[in-house]
Structures are given as C-alpha cells and as structure tokens.
Design a protein around this ligand. Structure first.
Ligand code: NAD
Ligand code: GLY
Length: 353
C-alpha cells in the first residue's frame, strides 16, 4: 500500500492507495468515536457497501443511500442527511464516510462541515475523477438551481482511502472522464508525468492495477502539493482549474449530464492550449501532442459546434475565479507549466472557439 500526506499542519491527513482497501484498510484508525454514518448511492451501495461495513463491525453504523446522479447533490438531500444524523442521535464524535464518486464526496463533506458546526469525515472515492481530484483538498458543496457548487465549505477529510480495484466496475465513459483530470496534472505542472502517461497509455487503458495505482498516486501527490500551498484557493490552487472555465460554460450551455465534466474539461484544455498558441507560448505541434493523448482515451478535443463566443462568455462572466469583474483563464505557457491571465481579449478568445 502506498500512502502520502496532505500537509496542512494540525489538519494534515493521509491518502492511502492500494487494491483491496474496500475490504481491508486502516480506516478504523481514523474514527474517533463509536458512531459512523456511511453516505453512498444506490449504484455504489450494491457494489461495495457490504465490504466497507464488514470493516466496521465494532462500530454503531448507519447508512444513507441517495439516488444516483448529479441532481442528487442538492440542498434537499443535504437536509435529508441532517435529519438522519439528528434522528440517529449522532454527536460531535461521529464520523461520516463518503462512499462513491464526486457527487457523494461533495455532499457528504458539506454535511460533515455543517453538522453540529463540523464533524469528522473520511473519503472513500470510487470513481477515477474522485480518486485523483475531488476526494483530496477539502472542497465540499451542493448545487443550487442557479449554480453548480454554489453552496459549500472548505472542510478537509481525516483520511482518503483509494481502492484501485473499484475502477473495474466503473463505466468506460466515466473512466475516460477521470482521465481528463489525470492528463490535466501533466499539462498544468508535471511534464514528466505527461510523458509517463504517453508511455503507459496502453497499460492504463487495459486497467493494469499497479500502473493505475502509480498514476493515481502521482495525481494525488500533485494535488496534495498544491493544496498544502494554497488550501482556500487564493493563488496557485486556481491552476487546478485548467480547462474548467471553458468546461463549465460547455456543461451549463449543454445542460448538465449531456457532457460529462471530464469530457468538457478535455475540450476546455485544448481551447486553453490553443489560446497559448495565439499568445505565442506553445506551438501547434504541442497542442497536437495534448490532443493525441486525450483522443487515445476517447475524450473530445473540441467544444460543441453549436456554441459561439456569446454562449461561452455568458457563463464565463459568472466564474468563481473572476476578480474585479475580469475573466481569469488558466493557460499553459508550456506542457508542464501554467499561469493565470486576466487580459485575454474577445478577439483572442474568438480564435479558439
Ligand atoms: P459521480 O459521483 O456522479 O459518479 C459517476 C457515476 O459513476 C455515477 O453514476 C456513480 O453512481 C457511478 N459510480 C461511482 N463509482 C462507481 C464504481 N466504482 N463502479 C461503477 N459505477 C460507479 O461523478 P464523479 O465524476 O465521480 O464526480 C463528479 C462530481 O464531483 C461533480 O459534482 C463535481 O462538481 C464534483 N467535483 C468536485 C471536486 C472537488 O474538489 N470537490 C473536484 C472535481 C469534481
Ligand atoms: N478541483 C479543483 C480543486 O480542488 O481546487
């Protein structure tokens, strides 16, 4: 088993990565009281709830099973979790466990941040996206009808347990969406990792578990380093949003669910890379290198043909990264290095849409 630490002083926590952690892991060393509530969804519960529960036989465990889907990351389900915790007499020493993808991780983390002003929680991510991104770093949220992730808190987990074996049951399209976030780490700050992904792409696609574990560990290490420097995104953490400003516009314009988040991020990263060509930072052959890797993992490299500049801009102006009313974009200045720009003109944007 490999493990690494997210260094945040007294709130530091380990990320464990291995095959089989759903049935055998150090989870109990991160639970302080004797009451635990697992939050999961119907799909993941059928697959993995029994294994996880079997590790917790010495605890008083109850379970909240939500329906599947992004629409379930709602205030109504947040309220349902609160009512459940109150009715089961959970206290400040209770621990929540998020078993599932990013939807479950985000709503469970937010519930943990709010219940009795904050209780412990543990992330057990079961999608690739959640394993390499959403389970690490303490961003928690629910959606509001007027905006995705608009109600939330920073609340770090006590531990993250990544069972690489859980990816076996993940639908191929969801795996590919996670690969967009994996490739993102290479482009934004780790050129050696980008080259490693190119060299190991066949084994990754075949699901070789030791190669997947190495890949996930590198992503988590990259994310842990960034979060340790800038927990609440006042600086360098914004770089993790490479491709996301375009992606959020695509997702919102197309209607959530039509494009998976990772698919929109893939197209958005190519748009950001093309902006880097317009600005003279990188060459079109470097963009081709990025496109080839994304395409190998069956990811799109262009936004929807129906979207024009206005349809992007109307969403980009609401982006959480914007400052003083200016749109801020993350742009690669080479493969492996990114910077934040707030001076991109409409004409420059037009060239990549
Ligand atoms: P998801 O949680 O909806 O999971 C995708 C699908 O896979 C679901 O149908 C789920 O039931 C299913 N699933 C999960 N694990 C499975 C498994 N092992 N086998 C088979 N099916 C499985 O989506 P996601 O892509 O994991 O996460 C997206 C969410 O994460 C969004 O709400 C996004 O806003 C959030 N997010 C948060 C952060 C953060 O830093 N907090 C970062 C990125 C994304
Ligand atoms: N997913 C971006 C972040 O955690 O900051």
């Amino acid at each position: 088993m490999s493990s690494l630490i997210v260094e945040l002083g007294s709130r530091s926590y380990p990320i464990y990565i291995d095959s089989g952690l759903l049935s055998n892991s150090p989870i109990t060393s991160h639970i302080k009281g004797n009451k635990v509530c697992i939050v999961t969804n119907a799909v993941v519960a059928d697959l993995y709830l029994a294994s996880l529960q079997q590790q917790l036989t010495n605890y008083d465990v109850d379970v909240v099973v939500l329906a599947d889907g992004e629409q379930e990351k709602s205030l109504a389900n947040f309220e349902r979790i609160m009512a459940h915790l109150l009715s089961k007499l959970h206290g400040r020493d209770s621990t929540l466990i998020a078993l599932g993808g990013g939807v479950i991780g985000d709503i469970t983390g937010f519930a943990a941040a709010c219940y009795q002003r904050g209780i412990d929680f543990i992330q057990v991510p079961t999608t690739l996206l959640a394993q390499v991104d959403s389970s690490v770093g303490g961003k928690t949220a629910v959606n509001h009808p007027l905006g995705k992730n608009m109600i939330g808190a920073f609340h770090q987990p006590k531990a993250v347990l990544i069972d690489v074996q859980s990816l076996v049951s993940l639908p191929k399209r969801e795996f590919a969406a996670g690969m967009a976030e994996v490739i993102k780490y290479g482009i934004l700050g780790d050129v050696e990792f980008f080259a490693w992904l190119e060299a190991n792409k066949v084994a990754i696609k075949q699901g070789n578990s030791s190669v997947l574990a190495t890949m996930i560990e590198r992503c988590c290490q990259n994310k842990a380093n960034i979060v340790a420097q800038d927990e609440t995104e006042s600086g360098v953490r914004a770089l993790l949003n490479l491709g996301h400003t375009f992606a959020h516009a695509i997702e919102a314009e197309q209607g959530y669910g039509k494009w998976l988040h990772g698919e929109a991020v893939a197209a958005g990263m190519v748009q950001a890379a093309n902006l880097a060509v317009v600005l003279g930072f990188i060459t079109s052959s470097q963009v081709k290198r990025i496109e080839q890797l994304l395409r190998y993992f069956d990811l799109p490299t262009e936004g929807p043909s129906t979207m024009d500049i206005e349809s992007y801009l109307k969403h980009m102006v609401r982006d959480k990264k914007n400052l003083n009313g200016k749109i801020r974009l993350i742009i690669p200045t080479s493969i492996g290095k990114t910077e934040i720009f707030d001076n991109i003109s409409r004409e420059q944007l037009q060239q990549v849409i």
